[in-house]
Design a binder for this molecule. Structure first.
Ligand code: C2G
Length: 130
């Protein structure tokens, strides 16, 4: 069984996230998603609209996602790759090159981001409408 791993906040879930998760799953048979906790989001200077448990519930409802684990630190990726026997690590290409250190342990693939959609844009558009 080919296992795939990716990480993210996945707040205000949108089609850019779904495109990423669909393509990630197509690279293997089992997709593990490391979901940023609310505390880790603070380290990422991100304040998500939905708390971790709601974001987790929504991710688990997506047919491409097989397992959701908490992402609590920048440094857990290598141990996650080993612990979960990961074959392929995937991120959107806004992270191009940032995780190449994992190439010794698994395939590392950066997928093109979906254009013209982001959680930040959604928030800005909604606040401008009011
Ligand atoms: N993404 C995408 N296209 C978009 C928006 C997001 O392909 N229009 C991808 C991102 O590249 C990322 C994933 O969807 O691979 C999740 O995006 P975010 O929730 O914004 O994740 P991020 O804050 O980049 O967290 O340790 C890694 C971090 O946790 C990644």
């Amino acid at each position: 069984m080919k296992k795939v791993l990716t990480y993210g906040t996945f707040d205000l879930l949108h089609y850019g996230h779904i495109n990423l998760l669909r393509r990630a799953k197509q690279l293997g048979d089992y997709l593990v998603v490391g979901l940023s906790t609310d505390e880790f989001n603070q380290l990422k200077n991100k304040k998500s609209f939905f708390p971790y448990d709601k974001r987790k519930m929504m991710l688990e409802a997506i047919k491409y996602v097989d397992e959701v684990i908490p992402e609590t630190s920048w440094d857990q990726k290598l141990s996650d790759v080993k612990k979960h026997n990961i074959d392929v690590f995937v991120m959107g290409d806004d992270w191009e090159g940032k995780f190449d250190y994992l190439k010794e342990y698994c395939e590392v693939i950066y997928l093109p981001r979906t254009k013209d959609i982001s959680t930040t844009d959604i928030k800005n558009d909604l606040s401008n409408k009011n």
